[in-house]
Design a binder for this molecule. Structure first.
Ligand SMILES: NC(=O)c1ccc[n+]([C@@H]2O[C@H](COP(=O)([O-])OP(=O)(O)OC[C@H]3O[C@@H](n4cnc5c(N)ncnc54)[C@H](O)[C@@H]3O)[C@@H](O)[C@H]2O)c1
Ligand SMILES: [Zn+2]
Length: 361
């Protein structure tokens, strides 16, 4: 169990890492919240963990209500937000009360957004139940929903009251979802902490659950450190978290087969570390080691299905290419990156094609 503080002056809060769900009520009483708690969850998560959370909170004499939405990214829209707000009104929820987001990143993004606008802002707690949400989405106070015009197009910066992480919730998560989190954990290792990376290298896929405590708490610490320095992405310091995500984003949006975010980011990290090698910034070994990790954890690690021209075209369209230049976070070695490296789109295209060609040999 680790209690990690996020220092943001009046908005400071704790992230409880490795705490049991059965005890969550004790944290709510500690903090003297209004007499109602609304659990926001989805149809996959609530039947497994809802009762435990509800009973724990009810022990504190609070009234617990539930709002359960369908699972999945498609729920991250204005209609869901409005439906939730109507339920809050019906439940008579006021500004002292609390929303508790129990689920993955979709739930914390929607619930955090609702909490930030309902009555001009009410308290919320994140209880992330996916590996991706435990190391990334539930931390940092970014909330958002999608529009047809763009993913996460509408949102706010609004910090939670606390975050409560129980690794045991990951036992019911399918591996296809676990690996979404592993991709981000690889990223944290490369940008800031080689111990994370080496731990992944030493751990078999079947053993990964034994390392959750170390991996999750170390990743949380990195994200917290970045957020404390640049909460609202105004100083460019949060850019470091984009390693693998420039190319990854291009791969994700240009692909018709719908690569998952984790797969796209893994390919993005492989591509970007190769770029780093080609421009003389990092050793080729970094590229090889990331590729090996990707393979071991069943993430996509081959460029064979990638259409390089298409990625560049989509990135241009998405305004990620400005004046023919793309901006990257590139590794110098495992644990250290260079931020804001600008490269010509044609140079990038040439390097991507080279990766593909190498794979054929
Ligand atoms: N706000 C941020 O800073 C931030 C950062 C990264 C990602 N995100 C957002 O997070 C979302 C992705 O989050 P995600 O990967 O957690 O997806 P998700 O919330 O859709 O969860 C994935 C699936 O797993 C199910 N699930 C969740 N927990 C489970 C459990 N313990 N056992 C069994 N099934 C479970 C869910 O019902 C869902 O079907 C995206 O919308 C992304 O934009 C936000
Ligand atoms: Zn990501």
């Amino acid at each position: 169990m680790k209690k990690i503080r996020v220092n943001l002056e009046k908005k400071s809060y704790y992230i409880y890492v490795g705490y049991p769900l059965e005890k969550i009520g004790t944290k709510i009483i500690d903090r003297n919240i209004g007499n109602k708690v609304v659990i926001l969850s989805d149809e996959n998560v609530y039947p497994i963990y809802g009762k435990t959370v509800k009973q724990s909170i009810e022990k504190t004499d609070k009234i617990v209500q539930e709002i359960i939405v369908s699972p999945g990214e498609k729920e991250k829209n204005f209609k869901t937000v409005i439906d939730i707000i109507k339920d809050l009104v019906n439940f008579n929820i006021n500004r002292d009360d609390l929303i508790l987001n129990l689920g993955g990143g979709v739930i914390s993004d929607i619930g955090g957004f609702v909490a930030s606008i309902y009555m001009r802002g009410i308290k919320y707690v994140n209880v992330p139940t996916t590996l991706l949400a435990q190391v990334d989405a539930s931390i940092g106070g970014k909330t958002g929903i999608n529009m047809e015009e763009g993913k996460n197009l509408v949102g706010t910066f609004y910090q939670p009251y606390f975050v409560y992480i129980d690794f045991n919730t990951l036992s019911s998560l399918p591996y296809s979802e676990i690996k979404q989190g592993i991709s981000e954990i690889i990223k944290y290792g490369v940008i800031k902490n080689k111990k994370i990376f080496e731990k992944l290298e030493k751990t078999d896929l079947e053993q990964i659950k034994n390392e959750y405590e170390f991996l999750i708490s170390e990743c949380v610490k990195i994200k917290v450190e970045v957020i404390e320095k640049d909460e609202r992405e105004e100083k460019g310091l949060r850019e470091i978290l984009n390693f693998g995500h420039t190319l990854g984003h291009g791969i994700e949006i240009s692909d018709i087969k719908n690569f998952s975010h984790g797969d796209a980011v893994c390919l993005g990290m492989i591509g970007e570390s190769y770029i780093s090698y080609k421009i003389g910034l990092g050793e080729k070994e970094i590229y090889q080691r990331i590729k090996e990790l990707g393979k071991k954890f069943k993430l996509l690690s081959y460029f064979d299905k990638i259409e390089c021209e298409k990625i560049i075209k989509f990135l241009q369209h998405d305004k990620k290419i400005k004046k023919g230049k793309l901006r990257f976070v590139l590794p110098k070695r495992i644990g250290k990156v260079k931020v804001g490296v600008e490269l010509d789109e044609n140079e990038v295209l040439k390097i991507l094609k080279e990766i593909k060609k190498n794979e054929k040999n």
